[in-house]
Design a protein around this ligand. Structure first.
Ligand code: ZN
Length: 153
């Protein structure tokens, strides 16, 4: 990656989807690329490898991802419901509704690692914004953190 002479601002949506740092939108938020490497999938570097933005900006920061994760699960369910209704159809006279429930549960289970990472990315994007001067200005230090509680997830 050639970040040094690349001055464009990467798009918000793609940066979130690719789990990039909210401040420079270039560094990876997660240490390992593969979300299905289940033992290590939530491992994050302490700071962004490109701009130095801390990823755990306060104690218990990622507890808030629960709200985001819930919203994402609802969104996936609504989307799968609509797709099911259009493609397969829904009726109270047969068991198609229950098939959708089962398939949707399976879908959520399979997507879980991706949704968990996405939730963290969306959550931190609420609090840390893109900084056009990320090359020159050092990232701010977190206001309050606790060494003992770091990465305690
Ligand atoms: Zn960064």
């Amino acid at each position: 990656m050639c970040a040094a002479n690349d001055h464009h601002k990467p798009g918000l949506l793609l940066s979130v989807l690719r789990n990039k740092c909210p401040r420079c939108r270039r560094g990876d938020m997660f240490t390992y690329k593969n979300p299905y490497d289940l033992k290590r999938m939530m491992k994050m570097p302490e700071t962004c490898p490109v701009c130095g933005q801390p990823f755990e900006i306060e104690v218990g920061f990622y507890y808030g991802t629960g709200f985001v994760s819930y919203a994402l699960a609802v969104a996936v369910s609504v989307a799968s419901f609509i797709a099911w209704k259009v493609i397969i159809g829904m009726s109270l006279q047969d068991s198609r509704l229950f098939w959708w429930l089962g398939v949707n549960a399976l879908l959520l289970l399979v997507l879980q690692p991706v949704l968990m990472r996405l939730s963290r990315a969306i959550w931190i994007y609420f609090f840390v914004y893109y900084d056009p001067g990320w090359r020159e200005v050092p990232a701010g230090a977190p206001e309050r953190t606790n060494e003992k509680l770091k990465n305690d997830w």
